[in-house]
Design a protein around this ligand. Structure first.
Ligand code: GLU
Ligand code: MG
Length: 437
């Protein structure tokens, strides 16, 4: 008997998990119109498979409609099954967007940016992860031999990135034990998060083929460095011109980019629950882990929440087109759609409020007193998920960016996740996140 090729149609949900159902590939045309059935309460399945308090209970039906632009087919030519998956949007049966569809939430945020400022976001997610029990022990930070220990994985991954229609950029041995980093080329709008979601799946698929276990957990051990997700962004006008750069300003940021960044930083403590959404995320967001701990703007500073990235004159790409900034207070426990939606709304709010771009910080902020920080409008980011959720829930401007029921459902989801961990020791909590992400 010949195998029947199946396509998984999936969504990236509140837990940052890619969940879906498969159907025979021969039905693709039909499924692009009729979709697959989906259950509202699935959104309350936590990253540990516990089910958080759900307003939907056992009721209701939704439809997940695949978007062909995300269709990914990978033939590894190794005799094993060809991988096929496609991402989609979730709708009510009357055709309206479902309130917890993360991809529709991002689309709405991008539409707001376009409506308010006539701008498109251009960008890419940079991912760090580790390979559990791989063979690159201590002493291999950024080394060629640490890279070579996973050359086979890296070469398969880069081939998969190309086959999936993403643009490979770099792959390297990161600083931590068994830690690696992969970057891809930037794209516009919704595709930024589509590509981040696809890339995480590619890492998993390629690792599984080689019997490696990948983990994007935000922090695998309190003594270690974290697995960050750095979101690179720049802004383009409706003629595709890069408008982030202004060589006359102090750090090269245009006025509109400065307002966008000011909005992200103003609302950062309120959106951290969406960009760094696990219990252990907050042990990564501490000073001296090269992540970020304050709502500051840095010029090429790897401890800043937003870092203005380097550009150089040796490149044949114009400085204006290279210029970008990166958001560092994110990790892979977050759905790429929700994290980016929160950032885009915050940035757009900054444009609407015509905020001034904050001055760049140049020192170790952890050494400043509370009053010195307050004088400069700098706040320490929330230090627990519980605190982050409280700030999110209390900021009606921020919860108002999302569909009406969303904030409450999100908070209940995260409370369910925390309840699952409540009787565990610290090392059990790290292990639980390490294996689920
Ligand atoms: N691992 C760090 C993080 O958690 C980032 C290190 C780097 O700058 O690449 O964000
Ligand atoms: Mg890195």
């Amino acid at each position: 008997m010949k195998r029947e090729p199946l396509i998984i149609a999936a969504t990236s949900d509140i837990a940052g998990k890619v969940r879906g159902k498969s159907f025979p590939a021969s039905q693709l045309d039909k499924r692009l119109k009729s979709g697959i059935g989906w259950t509202p309460t699935n959104v309350q399945i936590t990253c540990f498979d516990s089910i958080a308090d759900s307003p939907y209970g056992a009721l209701g039906d939704l439809v997940l409609i695949p978007d062909l632009t995300t269709y990914t087919e990978l033939d590894f030519e190794d005799g094993l099954a060809v991988e096929r998956f496609v991402l989609g949007n979730i709708y009510e049966t009357d055709g309206s967007s479902w309130e917890c569809c993360t991809r529709s939430i991002l689309r709405a945020a991008l539409e707001r940016l376009e409506a308010v400022a006539n701008l498109t976001l251009y960008g890419a997610f940079e991912h760090e992860f580790h390979l559990v029990a791989a063979d690159s022990p201590q002493g291999n930070a950024y080394t060629a031999s640490g890279f070579r220990a996973q050359r086979e994985f890296a070469e398969i991954l880069v081939a998969a990135i190309k086959q999936a229609g993403l643009r490979p950029d770099t792959f390297m041995k990161e600083y931590g034990i068994n830690q690696y980093e992969v970057t891809i080329g930037p794209v516009s709008g919704l595709a930024i998060s589509d590509h981040a979601t696809i890339l995480r799946e590619l890492v998993r698929i390629c690792a599984e083929r080689l019997r490696l276990i990948p983990s994007f957990t935000p922090l695998r051990d309190p003594a270690d460095v974290g697995n960050g997700v750095h979101i690179h962004m720049s802004l383009r006008d409706n003629e595709e011109n890069a408008v982030t750069y202004d060589p006359r300003s102090r750090c090269g940021l245009s006025r509109i980019a400065g307002q966008f960044i000011a909005g992200i930083l103003k609302y950062l403590d309120s959106i951290a629950a969406l960009t760094a959404p696990s219990v252990i995320s907050y042990n990564r967001l501490v000073p001296h882990r090269w992540s970020s701990a304050f709502n500051n703007l840095g010029f090429r500073d790897r401890e800043a929440a937003i870092r203005i990235c380097p550009v150089h004159r040796l490149s044949d790409v114009a400085l204006r087109d290279q210029f970008n900034f990166e958001f560092r207070a994110a990790d892979a426990a977050a759905s790429p759609y929700l994290a980016l939606a929160a950032i885009v709304h915050a940035g757009t709010q900054g444009i609407e409020e015509e905020l001034d771009c904050p001055a760049v910080t140049e020192e170790d902020l952890s050494l400043l007193s509370e009053s010195a920080l307050r004088n400069r409008n700098i706040v320490r980011l929330p230090q627990t998920l519980e605190a982050a959720l409280e700030i999110f829930a209390g900021n009606k401007t921020v919860t108002g960016w999302f569909p009406p029921a969303f904030a409450d459902i999100y908070i209940k989801h995260k409370q369910g996740e925390m309840a699952y961990l409540s009787k565990m020791t610290e090392s059990e909590i790290y292990a639980a996140y390490g294996s689920t992400y």
